[in-house]
Write a new protein. Structure first.
Length: 185
């Protein structure tokens, strides 16, 4: 199959039974992205804590976060996590929802799955009555920054993000979402 060919994908809300697959995908993807810049002991502790299946299962059932999964006939190949988080001062008022993670198995890059996940995320944020969305991305992750810029996000600032004792510079990005971004019923 060609790398940029489309693939039949379903985006749905995650269930507790998805926690193991999300945990594995999240840990592998995160370690791949940050492994070269984070001390091994910091990485191991962070991945064990943040991507623990029990933690993800609990967050899936929580009222302050939403997990979405992208699923193909091969299984879960991507996921996103939205949460009500403390908003940094650089983020405009009215943007209480953070896109905490949008992770995709690298074998599925360029097939429209990230766009499909982001589209569903934006629809849900608008339906919830919010005018915008914000996120953090490692400042050297140029591919992710390009992806978000293509979808209307702008850099509004930067801050350190700690993984254990390792400070990593991240940029804060925001997108104003129009009501027309939500699908009509």
């Amino acid at each position: 199959m060609l790398r940029n060919s489309a693939i039949n994908t379903t985006v749905r809300q995650a269930k507790a039974c998805d926690a193991e697959a999300i945990s594995h995908l999240g840990g592998v993807t995160f370690a791949s992205a940050y492994g070269a810049i984070v001390r091994p002991e910091d990485m191991a502790g962070y991945v064990a804590d943040i991507f623990a299946p029990s933690r993800i299962s609990e967050e899936i059932g929580a009222s302050d976060s939403v997990y979405l999964v992208a699923e193909t006939e091969s299984g879960i190949v991507g996921y996103a996590k939205l949460a009500m988080t403390e908003t940094p001062e650089m983020v405009p008022a009215g943007y209480p929802i953070e896109l905490v993670r949008l992770y995709l198995d690298h074998r599925y890059y360029g097939r429209g799955i990230g766009e499909k996940l982001l589209s569903e995320i934006c629809s849900r944020v608008v339906k919830a009555g919010h005018r915008g969305l914000w996120l953090r991305v490692w400042q050297k992750n140029e591919g992710a920054i390009r992806f978000y810029r293509r979808h209307g996000f702008e850099i509004v600032g930067s801050e350190p993000y700690f993984i254990g004792e390792t400070p990593n510079p991240v940029v804060l990005m925001c997108a104003e979402l129009a009501a027309h971004d939500a699908p009509t019923e």
